[in-house]
Design a protein around this ligand. Structure first.
Ligand code: CA
Length: 193
């Protein structure tokens, strides 16, 4: 998966980024909402890890704005122990899950995987397959161009082989079914919602 982490505590942010990377995911980390918002408008992330109390605003307002523009990205909120009202508000604002600080880093990985799991699908996908699939899943019924899929893969490798996308699409089809990903000839790929 390609994950966006929004956290302004340097030690915690670095620990989370390091651990999630070790688990095989790509992580972009920002310490404020403005930079995160800019990143989300150019990159198709698979999951958002969101602290609530940030230097330039409240994570809940950020989450509400995402949902208001129909962005369905899975969101896991990171919240302080004493702020129970934050958790309730977070879930009602459209979060998929929350973790109370200080949290166990392995627990975090388990929650990430649960929040991002496709409904009814229990197959093992590699981080790169997740990256490709994530781009398609975020835009059901729309044709996604090869360039957009390549963009997701750049999080993992500097140079992408010319046949890389075909390889990943064919692996995803083998795991999820031949018709799961449709080819729009000359334009790209799409999945049906
Ligand atoms: Ca904070």
């Amino acid at each position: 998966m390609r994950i966006l982490l929004v956290e302004d505590e340097p030690d915690l942010g670095a620990a989370v980024q390091g651990h999630v990377r070790e688990a095989g995911h790509a992580v972009d980390w920002f310490e404020n909402l403005a930079a995160s918002d800019a990143a989300m408008r150019t990159v198709a992330y698979d999951l958002l890890l969101l602290d609530l109390h940030l230097p330039d605003g409240n994570g809940l307002d950020f989450l509400r704005a995402l949902r208001a523009r129909r962005d369905a990205i899975p969101v896991v909120i990171l919240t302080a122990r004493d702020q129970i009202s934050d958790r309730i508000e977070g879930l009602s604002a459209g979060a998929d899950d929350y973790l109370v600080k200080p949290f166990d880093l392995d627990e975090l990985i388990a929650r990430l995987n649960a929040a991002a799991r496709l409904e009814g699908v229990e197959v093992e996908l590699t981080a790169r397959e997740w990256a490709v699939l994530g781009v398609l899943v975020r835009r059901p019924n729309a044709t996604v161009s090869r360039e957009q899929i390549e963009d997701a893969l750049y999080a993992f490798e500097q140079e992408i082989e010319s046949n890389a996308i075909e390889v990943y699409i064919s692996r995803i089809r083998r795991k999820l079914g031949r018709d799961f990903v449709r080819t729009t000839r000359g334009l790209g790929y799409r999945i049906r919602s």
